[in-house]
Design a protein around this ligand. Sequence first.
Ligand code: XMP
Length: 217
Amino acid sequence: MDSKLVLAVDVFDADYALDLSRKLSDELFAVKINWPLMMVKGASIISELSKYSKVICDLKVADIPNTNALIAGKAAEMGAWGIVSHSIIGKDSLQAVASISEDLRVFSVVAMSNKGASQYIYPHTDELIEMSRELGVYGLIAPGNDYEMLSRIKRQAGKMKVMAPGVGAQGGSAGEAVRNGADLVVVGRAIYNADDPLAAARAFNDEISKVISLEKE
Ligand code: XMP
């Protein structure tokens, strides 16, 4: 299936993460892992999940270039399809991630879905987008619960894909996120905590499909 849905598997139970990724694989563009799962399973979970889906490592890399390169290099070695990196740390640090491998797509954080992001990151979003473009990164992270910011980022993204967390538990709607420019929609708790995660994933996909069909009319 040609899905825009990215499942954030922020759980400590690796068996549940693997089971969910296998069962939902037809509904997903990718699974996204973050520190909770990495902390209990280590980097080997990347290759285990890769059997079922593309894996995006949302490690929000935010360190000096050497450390960033070590982390991103390990993600690439374990078979990650993509990685999320902060950009606000500076061009040298983002470049270290972007230079690892063409097979490791980098998503650069230029705004975030938490309220506090408006304090320091939002005032620099336009510069961070420009820097990300100069470095040739694959995609940008934009808030899927702040449609004004999301569409502003999309207007400036050009060829860069826009991935939007903030949908479901953080209040954003998948349909509105796509209508406002999300190429990929990240959903975590609203799927992995649902009584029926498969039905929940299908419902998000239906919502997205409706918006895409309306746009084609
Ligand atoms: P929930 O459960 O809120 O999970 O659907 C969302 C997932 O996405 C991550 N997240 C973000 N990552 N920029 C990012 O790079 C953001 O603005 C952002 N907001 C949420 C969150 O850590 C979780 O994995």
